[in-house]
Design a protein around this ligand. Structure first.
Ligand SMILES: N[C@@H](CCC(=O)N[C@@H](CS)C(=O)NCC(=O)O)C(=O)O
Length: 228
C-alpha cells in the first residue's frame, strides 16, 4: 500500500527508492518516525501483524524471519529495528539523530540493543507470545505473568534512565527516543498507568510526541494515542 509518496519540491511526485514495511503501532513506528524526521521520500507498505500478514508467504519472501520492520533501500533489504535506526541516522548525519561523541553513539547502541533484545524479544515475547517459549500450553499463564513482571522491571530501569534528562542519550534527541516512545505506547496499550508509574518517561514521551515528524507518523499509521 502506498501511504506516503513525497513531493520532490518542484511539484512533481518522485519515485522513492526507500520502502518501509510496517505494521501500525509496531516497533516499525520508530523507523517511520525517523523517516519523517529525515524528510526523505519513501513508501509505506502495510503488513498487519494483527491480521497475521507477517506470517504469509508473500511477506516471508521479503523477510523470512516474518517480522517488521523491513527497510528496502535501492533494492537491498535491511531488517532489525536497531540496525535500521542506526543506518538511517548514520547516512543522514546532517539531521543529527546520533550524538557527536563516540561514547554517546555507543550508548545509543546500548539502549537500542537492550530494548530490542530484552524488552521486546524476551519480555514482551513472554507476555504476548508465550507459545514461543514452551510447547506446554499449561505453562502459558505463568510465562505471561513472568513477562509482565519482567516488563515492569525493565520499565523501572527506563524510568530511572530518563530521570532528570530531556533525552535518553546526551543532550539532544536521537534515534533512541522514538524507539522508547514505541515501548511507552505499548505500556499504555496493555493497561499500565504510565503517567502515574513512570512520570519521567511520561515527560519524555510528551517531548517526543510534540515533534511534528512524530505526529505525522502517528497520524499516517492511524494511531489515536493522546497523552492526557
Ligand atoms: N528483532 C526484531 C523484532 C521485530 C518484531 O518482532 N516485530 C514485530 C512487530 S513489533 C513483528 O513483526 N511481529 C510479528 C510476529 O511476531 O509474528 C527487530 O528488532 O526488528
Amino acid at each position: 500500500m502506498l501511504k506516503s509518496l513525497r513531493d520532490n519540491g518542484a511539484g512533481a511526485h518522485i519515485e522513492s527508492s526507500i520502502r518501509l514495511y510496517y505494521s501500525p503501532g509496531a516497533c516499525s513506528l520508530a523507523i517511520h518516525i525517523v523517516l519523517e524526521e529525515l524528510n526523505l521520500p519513501y513508501r509505506l507498505e502495510l503488513v498487519s501483524v494483527a491480521e497475521g500478514k507477517t506470517a504469509e508467504p508473500r511477506f516471508l519472501g521479503i523477510n523470512p524471519k516474518g517480522r517488521v520492520p523491513v527497510l528496502q533501500i535501492d533494492g537491498s533489504l535491511l531488517t532489525e529495528a536497531p540496525a535500521i535506526l542506526i543506518y538511517l541516522a548514520d547516512v543522514n548525519p546532517e539531521v543529527a539523530l546520533l550524538p557527536s561523541t563516540k561514547l554517546e553513539r555507543f550508548h545509543c547502541l546500548e539502549w537500542l540493543n537492550w530494548l530490542s533484545s530484552t524488552v521486546h524479544a524476551v519480555n514482551y515475547g513472554q507476555f504476548w507470545r508465550p507459545e514461543r517459549f514452551t510447547n506446554d500450553s499449561s505453562q502459558f499463564e505463568s510465562i505471561v505473568a513472568k513477562g509482565k513482571e519482567n516488563i515492569i522491571s525493565a520499565y523501572r530501569h527506563i524510568e530511572n534512565g530518563l530521570t532528570g534528562k530531556m533525552w535518553s542519550v546526551g543532550g539532544d534527541y536521537s534515534c533512541v527516543d522514538p524507539f522508547l516512545l514505541v515501548f511507552y505506547l505499548w505500556g499504555s496499550a496493555v493497561g499500565f498507568n504510565m503517567q502515574i508509574d513512570y512520570p519521567e518517561w511520561s515527560l519524555h514521551a510528551e517531548r517526543v510526541l510534540s515533534r511534528e515528524a512524530v505526529r505525522r507518523a502517528i497520524e499516517q499509521e492511524g494511531l489515536s494515542f493522546r497523552l492526557v
